[in-house]
Design a protein around this ligand. Structure first.
Ligand code: SF4
Ligand code: SF4
Ligand code: FES
Length: 511
């Protein structure tokens, strides 16, 4: 294993490791534009030039492999001069757009200028070459050709990851243009990723641009709930509103990417039909109720027996566990259910046809989503039915079956079609409004964290169900989702030994 010295600190690395990667391990950031860990090495921006002893000239850190005894300087005079020169070169024709550019706050040209350059331009403003601005190139992406630094990240992503090759460089020299192939459009199912990897404001997201400055937004680690893959994401939010999803690196799941449908699914989590308080049916209509009175009414009913519980694969592992506990306390039958739109898009990369985030988690707790709910609904002795995140009317046209159920309790985020048949409706939060875990299609248990509070009086699912369990069996309420998971992990064999701490930020495979 070669040993390398970077800025006076020694490190042993495996054969073949590049200087930029070795520096990363030491916490040394080498500025770069074209290099991206998920793409091939282009080596064209020269921003990563470093001084290497015994080498006659500066070398690019992204494409230079460490050799034994190599000594690298990332902050020497020569390196600094090169960084300044590269930035000056990139800025010759760059427009003075920063105050009106939506990339401000996450632009590598702005940041590196402040960190490594800070010199006045020697090129008069009128001499700049102008190119096309704000050109929509697909449903999600808009292109500003003047701002492009020709790093080719987007081109390589479309060549190497989606294999769709919509973008390329045309012309040469200072007239070079990043553009669509003639007659083309950027509308593949992963198009939004080019915005994430563009280091400058050349590619921006049509949905997000100009809605918020990124420095005002908070970030929360989560997983996408729009299909069974469970891509790792960051939720950007502010004052209770979600603004965007972006992928978070996890080599075992989604590498650096996510699909466009998942990216845009943040909007489904804050629709207009959100429930904000418990509802109890009076003679004709629903009337608002307190949680205490609604839970007391439901608990009294459950104790009378004849109970069925249907939990969907949109529920978290913690919610499934609590519903099973409630079921055990009142000798109820418990069934799983899952639903995806017929013919739902899927591919052999990330997107699954199963649009439920936790079908595998349901199965691991012994609940089959294949038809058990229909049997339960048909049972003659069914007196009370709980439906948890299961819109059986929209999914299965179960309206007439539900009309026959004497007492229906619906827990959901929205006033869905099924809720119209309910005696009691309990409002619960989305996965962006709660802590918990999903188990993805491959059996990986992954955490999501509460980003924003549930609206109005709605409660996180684990909290609502924990309170219902306490009302039914007189036990103590769980303090948090973690306490529920601790019990679940002790009880469910494939999750034995797991904890929120052991799941960490990247999750863990089940046994
Ligand atoms: S548009 Fe962005 S990602 Fe694509 S080449 Fe230009 S700077 Fe790089
Ligand atoms: S592939 Fe699935 S989990 Fe990943 S972003 Fe798309 S919908 Fe979400
Ligand atoms: S990052 Fe090394 S040449 Fe661009």
């Amino acid at each position: 294993m070669p040993t390398v010295e970077i800025d006076g600190r020694k490190l042993q690395v495996e054969d073949g490791v590049t200087v930029i990667r070795a520096a990363e391990r030491l916490g040394v950031e080498i500025p770069h534009y074209c290099w991206h860990p998920g793409l091939s090495i282009a080596g064209n921006c020269r921003m990563c030039l470093v001084e290497i002893e015994k080498s006659p000239k500066l070398q690019i850190a992204c494409n230079t492999r460490v050799t034994d005894g190599m000594v690298v300087h990332t902050t020497s005079e020569k390196t600094r001069a090169a960084q300044k020169s590269v930035l000056e070169f990139l800025l010759i024709n760059h427009p003075i757009d920063c105050p009106v550019c939506d990339q401000a706050g996450e632009c590598k040209l702005q940041e590196y200028y402040m960190d490594y350059d800070r010199q006045r331009s020697r090129v008069p403003l009128p001499a700049k070459v102008h190119k096309r601005k704000a050109k929509p190139i697909g449903p999600l992406v808009i292109l500003d050709q003047e701002r492009c630094v020709m790093c080719s990240r987007c081109v390589r992503f479309l060549d190497e990851v989606t294999h769709t090759s919509e973008l390329a460089f045309y012309e040469r020299g200072d007239h070079v243009d990043l553009d669509l192939a003639p007659g083309g459009t950027l509308d593949n199912p992963y198009s939004g990723n080019v915005v994430d990897i563009c280091p400058v404001g050349a590619l921006t997201n049509r949905d997000f641009r100009f809605r918020a400055r990124v420095w005002y937004l908070e970030r929360t680690e989560s997983v996408c709930g729009a299909c069974a893959t469970g891509c790792n994401i960051e939720i950007y939010h502010r004052e209770g509103t979600l603004f965007r999803f972006q992928p978070r690196e996890n080599d075992a799941v989604n590498q650096y990417w996510m699909c466009d449908a998942g990216r845009m699914s943040y909007r489904d989590l804050q629709g207009e039909g959100r429930l904000t308080q418990p509802l109890v049916r009076g003679a004709e209509q629903f009337a608002p109720a307190t949680w205490e009175s609604a839970l007391a009414a439901v608990a009294a009913r459950l104790r009378e027996g004849g109970v069925g519980i249907v939990v969907s694969a949109r529920a978290s592992n913690e919610e499934v566990y609590l519903l099973r506990r409630i079921g055990a306390a009142v000798s109820a039958r418990v069934a799983g259910v899952s639903w995806s739109p017929p013919g739902a898009f899927h591919d052999d990369f990330l997107v699954k046809a199963d649009k439920n985030p936790n079908t595998r988690g349901l199965r691991l707790q012994g609940l089959s989503p294949d038809g058990a709910a229909d049997e339960l609904l048909a049972a003659a002795d069914l007196r009370t039915l709980i439906l948890h995140r299961a819109d059986l009317v929209a999914w299965r046209g179960a309206g007439s079956a539900l009309e026959r159920v004497p007492y229906l309790v619906v827990l959901d985020t929205d006033l869905c079609e099924t809720a119209q048949y309910a005696n009691v409706v309990l409002p619960v939060g989305t996965y962006a409004e709660s802590d918990g875990t999903f188990t993805n299609h491959a059996g990986r248990v992954q955490r999501f964290h509460q980003a924003v509070p549930p609206p109005g009086e709605a409660r996180a699912g684990w909290e609502a169900l924990g309170a219902l369990l306490a009302a039914v069996d007189g036990g103590i309420r769980f303090d948090d989702a973690e306490a529920v998971f601790t019990e679940l992990a002790a009880e469910c064999r494939p999750m034995n030994g797991m904890s929120y701490a052991s799941l960490g930020t990247l999750g863990q495979p089940t046994a």
